[in-house]
Design a protein around this ligand. Structure first.
Ligand code: DQA
Length: 146
């Protein structure tokens, strides 16, 4: 089995971008950790990141070849109907991650248009949320989550 780890806009700047909100771990570190956890749990993790909405839609479509998606859509979570529709259009379950607690931040971050079509959401757990989401995804697809 394989899982797509997908990150949206500005998450390539993880580690240097607003560390008070997002911490100092880089995206490369996150991808290494999630890949290593995948090895432990018996799933192959494929990593992708894009700042473009259309490219993310293409990645979601490509996730039909995987058993689950772990996805931090960044700000697109709050308004991209195109990404929501892409996730809704494929059978692969999507686990949405937000590093920060979006509900404790500005009003415009309180809504996710992705959440209603996600299999689950992990919010405000820092970059650990990616690993928690991978465990949830593996549990969902019938693997050994712990
Ligand atoms: C984020 C939260 C979003 O509101 C923000 O636009 C991001 C990161 C998070 O991981 O906390 O880019 O998705």
């Amino acid at each position: 089995p394989s899982v797509l780890l997908l990150n949206g806009p500005n998450l390539n700047l993880l580690g240097e971008r607003d560390p008070a909100q997002y911490g100092t771990t880089t995206l490369a570190d996150v991808e290494r950790r999630v890949t290593a956890l995948g090895e432990e749990l018996g799933v192959t993790v494929t990593c992708a990141q894009s700042n473009s909405e259309g490219a993310l839609v293409d990645h979601v479509h490509a996730a039909r070849a995987h058993q689950a998606i772990v996805f931090n859509p960044g700000a697109y979570a709050h308004y991209s109907i195109a990404l929501r529709d892409a996730i809704d259009a494929i059978p692969t379950p999507c686990f949405e991650v937000h590093i920060s607690n979006v509900h404790a931040r500005e009003e415009f971050r309180h809504t996710s248009v992705i959440a209603p079509v996600a299999a689950g959401c992990i919010i405000g757990c820092g970059v650990l949320g990616y690993e928690l989401a991978l465990r949830a995804a593996v549990g969902h697809i019938g693997g050994r989550a712990t």
